[in-house]
Ligand binder design. Sequence first.
Ligand code: HEC
Ligand code: HEC
Ligand code: HEC
Ligand code: HEC
Ligand code: HEC
Length: 474
Amino acid sequence: MRSFLITITRDPLGLAGAVLTSSAAILFAILYGIELVGIDGGGPYRGIITFLVIPAVFLLGLLLIPVGIWRERRRERRAQERGEAAPGFPVIDLNRSTTRKMVLIVAALTAVNLVILSLGTYKGLEVMDSTAFCGAACHSVMDPEYTTYHRSPHARVKCVECHIGPGADWFVKSKLSGSWQVVSVAFNLYPRPIPAPVHNLRPARDTCEECHWPEKFVGDRFKVNTHFEEDEANTEVKTVLVLKVGGLQEGRSHGIHWHVDPDHVVRYRADEKRQTIYEVEMTDAEGQVTRWSGPESESAEAAAAAWRTMDCVDCHNRPTHIYRLPGEELDAALLEGRIDSSLPFIRREAQKALEVEYPSHEAAREGIAAAIAGFYEAEYPDIARGRAEAVAAAAKATGDIYAWNVFPEMNITWGTYASHIGHPDMSTEVGCFRCHGGDHETADGETIAIDCGTCHSLLAEREENPEILQTLLD
Ligand code: HEC
Ligand code: HEC
Ligand code: HEC
Ligand code: HEC
Ligand code: HEC
């Protein structure tokens, strides 16, 4: 033992190795102890430090030690060849007061070092866990996700709560791919746009369900969607529906959230983008299996596609990176008064200006402002002069809409990231009608529910003064 210590500590490399290894061991013991005791904080990145960085340092130290031993042996051999005695252990004589002071100082410095290292590590974790780190560190790449996130109901939920989630094992997966992401950003190798869906996203069970859970009964949701027509008056119309969101009630599930009842499993096979669904399979509580096949179920692509069990993100694929279409955005801006609905034809003109392709956000703001101002100068000179402020405000709001949803640098334009909630334009390529469009059948020719009443009762559709609202509000 004695000679071992002499050998490893007399060579500077060996000494450095011994210091690294023992400090890493102590730090590891502390962090692991914290984890065992169950103290939270530090988030998923604590795992990276505890289980990746520190062991790496430990290993580096361990590798340095034999190098030190080898160098020390060589030195001893040379010394013996020269006929000198092998050097001994440094004598620490605690009877001498200077030595006692030295030992105390070294001990105190070591303690301070440990405190600094621990605190530094802890703070480092907090920083890496923050939304700003994820969203802004690689600015132009994450700009679209960051922008849409800030406008969503999840703006206060940290990126890592959906993208990594709790526990020590997912950090490895996400950080191994994260390291590749850093490389691809540095060398400009990343795809534009970033592909969706995210195939290695952690299952919703471990992320979404930390905060929402399928057993929570939601019931029917009464919705009033306000739209504006493209006529001169921008006529305000309303669609009123009761959405049967459902959930578990008295142990039985029904309605839209029936798909995620833990009692049964709905699986499907689809293309990479999850747009064309080849086959759907349902296994009920008794273990009975029903299978529906779509028009392309016999194709080679279908045979190669893996099964995926439906979870929250198969419908809520855009819970926080919500990209809206020009129409939805303009309806919201008119409703909220960011665009003055008394400006004639503003709904139609703003829509037209948004559908033009611009090379950058700045160019878009300029182009949109010029188009809208130009329209009023040509068609309504009185308004262009008398209400210049309202026209400018409408142009600004329209420019904002463009900047929130279109990111030319990342090749993201209208509809690049479509939402699967609902059925835009009755399309069978996005949304519920990928399965509920009537073209998936069992062997007996049964389709997946297609009746409009399965999902909602439509009480009014684009009506100016829906009777149902008058009844309710009187
Ligand atoms: C409420 C949960 C949630 C939060 C919070 C969240 N994300 Fe996401 N994110 C998702 C889901 C779900 C997808 C997968 C979409 C899909 O598969 O179609 C996704 C996809 C992505 C993608 C792939 C591109 C895309 O838009 O599909 C990136 C990049 C991304 N998120 C980055 C971030 C960043 C950066 C933050 C924090 C500023 C963040 N996310 C916060 C749920 C979340
Ligand atoms: C850390 C907690 C947390 C996590 C994780 C989380 N959410 Fe949420 N979610 C919230 C909060 C808070 C709200 C806002 C509630 C409100 O505004 O009333 C919300 C709202 C929602 C809404 C309602 C939005 C609306 O327009 O009313 C949906 C849908 C939703 N979340 C789905 C998801 C999905 C899907 C995931 C997983 C990808 C997820 N959430 C992950 C906390 C969370
Ligand atoms: C089959 C598609 C589908 C699946 C799967 C699904 N949802 Fe939903 N969910 C919806 C629809 C549709 C709505 C109503 C949206 C609206 O109001 O516009 C909704 C509404 C919600 C809301 C808002 C409810 C409220 O309080 O008004 C939350 C939260 C939510 N879902 C969470 C989840 C979570 C968590 C999961 C996974 C366990 C999940 N959903 C699975 C389709 C789905
Ligand atoms: C991956 C395929 C798939 C997708 C996508 C899908 N569903 Fe379904 N859905 C099914 C299957 C399978 C059934 C069960 C068979 C049936 O009821 O015809 C079902 C049943 C339902 C039911 C009846 C549940 C009950 O009470 O028995 C509702 C409501 C429903 N879906 C709503 C939706 C809505 C809303 C969306 C879009 C937000 C959606 N589904 C998306 C496959 C899907
Ligand atoms: C599989 C479930 C499902 C079926 C079947 C279905 N819808 Fe829907 N529908 C939805 C969902 C989900 C929404 C989104 C509601 C929201 O969030 O505003 C929606 C929205 C709508 C809207 C409102 C659009 C808006 O912009 O305000 C209309 C209109 C509509 N559906 C008509 C129909 C008609 C007509 C049928 C029958 C041919 C039908 N739907 C069948 C799920 C369904």
